[in-house]
Design a protein around this ligand. Structure first.
Ligand code: GRF
Length: 216
């Protein structure tokens, strides 16, 4: 049986993208990375995907008059590539409600904070300013409102007294690379789905939903 086809949408360096590509290279991974799409032609991740033999596409948002036209072009590429699931991995464009509704339950995102805390950008700065002692990352289904969709998996890391946004961000990023492939696996196996405001995971063990990483 052929595996579900996944598109990864990026805007930048693509380290989460690489974690998904590397996981999917394993024969027992339940998904195939069919394509990587960037809205920025200069995104570093494109070369990294190409080096891993993944077909890449660019849909440059600057070429479209508005978000609706851009999303329509993006959707056309996803259909052309016969994509089943979409992973946003550092994709820095707001998507229109029409697009997110169409891909509801089939599109996930990684956010560098423990949602619902610290939505938006500069999450590590926000965490340090607030003085939280635990920070982390979240994989969630994408819904029209940014950084709000049903939570599939989270990882928590400690915040140290001498952390900078850079050191804290690096600690979080290492865990992003663990939970994103794990969460995509759940979704592609049909074990994670949206029920109301929540994501429900079938037959979960604790490691399927949450990781707490002790120490630095
Ligand atoms: C990650 O921190 C991710 O959580 C956020 O954007 C960053 C992308 O980094 N959405 P990369 O391109 O995956 O390296």
């Amino acid at each position: 049986m052929s595996k579900p086809r996944v598109a990864i949408l990026i805007s930048g360096r693509g380290s989460n993208m690489m974690s998904l590509i590397e996981a999917a290279a394993s024969p027992d991974y339940p998904a195939e990375i069919a394509t990587v799409i960037s809205n920025r032609p200069e995104a570093h991740g494109l070369a990294r995907a190409q080096a891993a033999n993944i077909p890449v596409r660019t849909v440059d948002h600057k070429a479209f008059p508005d978000r609706t036209a851009f999303d329509a072009a993006l959707d056309a590429v996803l259909e052309e590539e016969q994509v089943d699931f979409v992973c946003l991995a550092g994709f820095l464009r707001l998507l229109t409600p029409g697009f997110t509704e169409k891909w509801r339950g089939r599109m996930i995102n990684i956010h560098p904070a423990l949602l619902p805390s610290f939505r938006g950008l500069h999450t590590h700065e926000q965490a340090l300013e607030t003085g939280v002692k635990i920070h982390g990352c979240t994989v969630h289904f994408v819904t029209p409102e940014m950084d709000v969709g049903p939570i599939i998996m989270q990882a928590a890391v400690p915040v140290m007294e001498d952390d900078t946004p850079l050191s804290l961000g690096a600690r979080v990023l290492a865990q992003e690379h663990v939970i994103y492939p794990a969460a995509l696996r759940l979704v592609c196996e049909g074990r994670a789905r949206i029920e109301g405001a929540r994501a429900v995971i079938d037959e979960f063990g604790l490691a399927d939903r949450a990781l707490v990483v002790p120490g630095a």
